[in-house]
Write a protein that binds this ligand. Structure first.
Ligand SMILES: [Zn+2]
Length: 430
């Protein structure tokens, strides 16, 4: 019998190892493509079957001849992957003085704040997070706890520990300087020793909004980045590089980092090289869009506002071009940055990517199948296929038409445990 999702008790989607759940839905996005009128069978360990065909007898309970639930108006998609967030910071805090105080909190206070964020982020549909670095050990502690306890109430998370920068240059608030470790070799060995899942490199500074450009010279030259990539690979680690400005992008491309974060002012020729080397791009519109959306409150005059608009428009054109030529695009919001709350900021990032000209399905791919295939997470998720983890959203909203419908609360299933989704954006803490 067919049913409507809003009338379903999430408990009825709860699966156990000897009691799989069989769903039939109107649409299933498997991380790569959309399947109409599809079946999904899962238990607490993994997906047993996904696709248009009816499940084989081995996947379902003996004697079962129809789905547990038929939801013809609903869509299933993989849990979302937020590929650039700083869990140690409350991005939703807009007041500069209160925000500045975050940097004076102790490591354990920051960790406690971050832990409170995680269940809320999960209920917004984000089931995995690639943390992008902190100097307080918050990401590493969260990664350790996740690996130790395999909870079903918080997202998967991995961390690079402290990002690597140069003393006196950008990034001290989230990194540790090469000079403090003694050398680049020691810096990378120290991160690996700390338990870093990957290596975060601060290749450049940030955009000077008053000048409308990246004005400082890149802080890591191409040779140094190349050395960092090869050292990280020798330790079995991927690299991801904070990088904006054409010179910095050139350095990162030459070094062959695994992903370029931000990449403002990238040009078309560089995007083609990015595609050819399969370097992923995480464009992070949200923090710059925040500067424009709250320009008056932030003290930006009309001239700076015009520059912000120009930068964002060019970034949107670059993203549309990147999609056309086949660059591997990955969604990440830079949550924790000023004005970018965790969870809600990621949904905003997806909307901005759609506004730039990507289809809803392209954006969803950038938040599921694309990072799953490229970013070497420690677990297999972001795709709905047999043997992958059962981490998915089921929603009555037409998310395949527009990602703005991800704002409608979905049911979030994480390793067979079902959570009623949704979160109050007015509640502080994210
Ligand atoms: Zn960042």
């Amino acid at each position: 019998m067919s049913a409507i999702l809003s009338e379903i008790d999430p408990a009825s989607l709860q699966a156990k190892s000897l009691r799989p759940v069989w769903l039939r839905v109107g649409w299933l996005f498997d991380g790569e493509q959309v399947v109409r009128d599809a079946h999904l069978v899962y238990d607490d360990l993994a997906i047993r079957h996904a696709g248009a065909a009816s499940p084989p007898a081995t996947a379902i309970r003996s004697g079962q001849d129809e789905p547990d639930l038929h939801l013809p108006g609903s869509t299933i998609l993989p849990g979302l992957i937020e590929s650039h967030a700083h869990l140690f910071l409350e991005g939703g805090e807009k007041r500069p003085d209160v925000r500045a105080r975050q940097f004076t909190r102790t490591d354990s206070e920051l960790l406690a704040d971050a832990e409170r964020r995680l269940p809320r982020i999960l209920r917004l549909g984000v089931t995995a997070i690639r943390d992008a670095g902190d100097r307080n050990g918050v990401g590493l502690a969260l990664q350790r706890r996740y690996r130790m306890h395999s909870p079903t109430t918080v997202p998967y998370l991995d961390s690079p520990g402290a990002a690597i920068h140069h003393r006196g240059r950008y990034g001290a608030f989230m990194g540790r300087a090469v000079e403090d470790d003694g050398s680049l070799d020691r810096a990378i060995a120290a991160r690996v020793g700390d338990g870093a899942h990957r290596i975060k490199l601060l290749a450049t500074g940030i955009i000077n909004f008053e000048k409308g450009a990246v004005t400082a010279k890149p802080q890591m030259p191409a040779e140094e980045l190349l050395r960092a990539v090869s050292l990280a690979r020798a330790h079995g680690r991927q690299t991801f590089a904070h990088c904006s400005g054409a010179d910095g992008v050139d350095n990162c491309l030459a070094a062959g980092v695994d992903s370029i974060e931000h990449g403002f002012f990238v040009n078309e020729e560089q995007l083609a090289r990015m595609r050819d080397r399969d370097i992923a791009w995480v464009p992070t519109f949200a923090p710059v869009q925040f500067q424009l959306d709250h320009a008056a409150a932030l003290g930006w005059d009309t001239r700076v506002q015009e520059q912000l608009r120009r930068i964002l428009d060019a970034h949107a054109r670059s993203l549309a071009h990147a999609a056309r030529i086949g660059v591997r695009i990955v969604a990440g919001s830079d949550a924790g940055s000023q004005g970018v709350p965790h969870g809600h900021g990621f949904l905003r990032e997806l909307e901005l990517m759609e506004s730039a000209g990507l289809s809803a399905v392209q954006v969803l791919h950038a938040a599921t199948g694309a990072p799953a295939a490229r970013l070497q997470f420690a677990e297999d998720f972001g795709v709905l296929r047999r043997a992958a983890k059962a981490r998915f959203l089921i929603t009555p909203a037409s998310v395949l038409q527009s990602v703005s419908h991800l704002r409608v609360a979905a049911i979030v299933v994480f390793d067979g445990t079902a959570h009623a989704g949704g979160d109050n954006p007015a509640e502080p803490g994210l």
